[in-house]
Design a protein around this ligand. Sequence first.
Ligand code: PLP
Length: 394
Amino acid sequence: MSFPFFMTWSKQKNASSFNITSNETYCFRTPEGKEILDMSSTSYQASFGLKNSEICQAISNQLKEMPVTSPKAIWPNKINTTKKLLIEMNLGEGKIFYTNSGSEAIENALKIARLVKKKNIVLSRRKSYHGATLGAVSITGDWRHDDPSTVDQWSAFIPEPDDDPNCEATEKIILDIGAEKIAAICLETITGNNGVIIPSKGWYNAIRALCIKHNIFLILDEVICGFYRTGKAFGYQHYNIKPDLVCLAKGMTGGHFPLGAVFVNKDISNYFEENVLPCGLTNYAHPIGLAALQAVLELTESGDFQRHQARLNEFFNTELDSFRSLPNVKDVRAKGLLAAIDLNVAPPAWEAWIDAGIYLIRQENRIILAPPLVMPTDLLKKGLDTIKGMLSYE
Ligand SMILES: Cc1ncc(COP(=O)(O)O)c(C=O)c1O
């Protein structure tokens, strides 16, 4: 079918799509009245369901009160929610720069890191996706890096954590390029869409040590990991490391409003006391986005949420164990409510999953699951049982 708009990341001729009339909290509803269970929080952003009542209420209140304002405007929620976010991130004093997306968060982090360090090259991993804009694509390692308009003269790749556990090869790359030219290393804390790769603590310690030794910033891309996706508020909390910059988006508003952010540490924020911050966006710190973020921060600090997500994490990981013995399954990697199931065969077509009532992320030889953090356990079980049935073919 042909539409008057583009479908993302596909040849338009045969792009996947599905018709809906509305959403329930955990399901898309088709015109035939069928429910399609969201087992990937859509594109990892709908962490609190497709129609979260608290977030919807906060947005609705904000719409009535102040739907639009100036980037220069200060109102209580701009201060209070930002302070709360900084406390939750627990990285010491620092500041937040707001954006409208994860790509823009990466873009601004690259700009800030290059400006402050007065160096241009940024290192990243091949198994990564950092966003669709030119700067973000230039440090992205997956197939999207091949964008012919990439500006990748300022980027270089380091080996995968398992291939360089002590970062010796990474240090050689730094020395070969020249540390005096390298502004930052930018990493998805736990790789999301490129296969849920969970680096070791040792690797992160070695990366952090290299950054300090060679005067390089560590930028962590927490666009997927942030806001409890991997079982802790932020992915870096599994590793006990302090990044200099952190990029956020997606779960930040549960996908109910486009919002992203960059955290920068105190040294970086101090730099801009006396130097112009050459970054800005028309919809900077949008009041509706901040109202949605406030609702997310309130929701995630509640005892109910904390208890439920801890139980759900355990349940999910136990259930996933039973996938390992399926003949078509090669490997299962999971952290919190983010999992990749690698297969020996191609998974059923995306349309077949939709027919079976399941929305998930399907790749060549892999499926990725990221169920909503607030999903009831029995619904998660139902979804996993359907998926298991779909993977159990000869
Ligand atoms: C790890 C990571 N970083 C950045 C982005 C870009 O975010 P956005 O699509 O909001 O621009 C994505 C999007 O999928 C992502 O997964």
